[in-house]
Design a protein around this ligand. Sequence first.
Ligand code: FMN
Length: 176
Amino acid sequence: MKTLVILAHPNIEDSRVNRRWKQELSKYPEEITIHEIYKAYPNWSIDVLKEQKLLEAYNHVIFQFPLYWYSYPPLLKKWLDDVFTHGWAYGSKGDKLKGKKLGIAMSIGDKKENYSPTGSVSFTVDEVIAPFKASAVHVGAIALPYFSVFGASFQASDEDINQSAKEYIQYIFQHK
Ligand SMILES: Cc1cc2nc3c(=O)[nH]c(=O)nc-3n(C[C@H](O)[C@H](O)[C@H](O)COP(=O)(O)O)c2cc1C
């Protein structure tokens, strides 16, 4: 069973983490399909039927993105709004995502210790990603544990990022 990675980065050429992760993913073309939505839809006009057909072909889908304002980059939010439609994803006849495994892989700018009730962020990552988990429940999918690298803005070294790229692949294979 192949994995679909929906990759959402508005300027991947300037990215450290997501670009490196993409490079690692691309070593496994038999196992992993990468779909870069900012490249596919530069004008943000999403081909909903095409995206739905793509999703229907996979049981394991990972959303990969940099954390922006404790949330998705805006095109990924629009993609979810447009693609997860009533009658397809939810509602009495909307069962196309039922039972699929959905995960998120995020690069997080801030340090790990700040993501706690007593840290500067005040919330854990699991609390921050509650909208993702609730969405998975709403469509009858299985929300996998998240994968992340912290300190993506400054602290993470090239070595840390290389290491996280290897761990990302393990995460994908582990949760298939
Ligand atoms: C618009 C914007 C919003 C951001 N919001 C957050 C945030 O809410 N929390 C956080 O820890 N980092 C935040 N960051 C830092 C990004 O998560 C970080 O730059 C990114 O993960 C680095 O990944 P990349 O090298 O692939 O671009 C933000 C960055 C930008 C540009």
